[in-house]
Design a protein. Structure first.
Length: 172
């Protein structure tokens, strides 16, 4: 049985909800946001947004409570890189160093993630390099979103930059 979840995109002027089962889009709804809920890609009051999300979910009968959110580009560092082929463990150790010129706080204050775009192989089909999209986001940002969605009756199970979301759509 497919996992069903609700994808949420909070824009400056509207919020969009997409119910998804596996690779199948079940339905989409959107609702205009009240003025001054979002400014410069930041949610002004997570408490007010939480209440608005709860009311909107009730209005549209959104019953799938596991959710994924698209993070605003201004709150996530993203890069596309090529690396020699390495294990997942080595890649996770290496990711923070790929952002050393971009992040402003201690590297331990960030979550890091990646998406494999391509794996280059040699003539023997042995992997030699990775083409990756990588991301770093402050842990406090994820905590704020998680709390906001929990108060709205949802459980945040994934958060991704818009570039990763587009990549997921293209790969369907």
């Amino acid at each position: 049985m497919s996992k069903i979840y609700t994808g949420i995109d909070i824009g400056v002027c509207e919020i969009k909800f997409s119910e998804v089962s596996g690779n199948k889009l079940l339905r989409c709804v959107s609702e205009p946001l009240p003025d001054n809920f979002v400014r410069d890609d930041k949610i002004i009051s997570p408490e007010a947004m939480s209440q608005f999300i709860r009311e909107t979910a009730k209005k549209y009968k959104l019953c799938h409570k596991k959710c994924s959110v698209i993070l605003p580009a201004s709150q996530v560092f993203t890069r596309r890189i090529s690396e020699p082929y390495m294990t997942v463990e080595h890649l996770k150790l290496n990711l923070p160093y790929e952002f050393r010129d971009f992040i402003t706080r201690d590297k331990e204050q960030y979550f890091y993630d990646y998406a494999v775009v391509d794996i280059k192989t040699d003539l023997n089909r042995t992997p030699v390099s990775l083409d990756l999209m990588i991301a770093a986001v402050l842990k406090e940002t994820i905590s704020t979103y998680s709390d906001m969605f929990r108060h709205a009756g949802f459980k945040l199970v994934a958060a991704m930059p818009v570039e990763f979301a587009y990549r997921n759509i293209i790969n369907l």
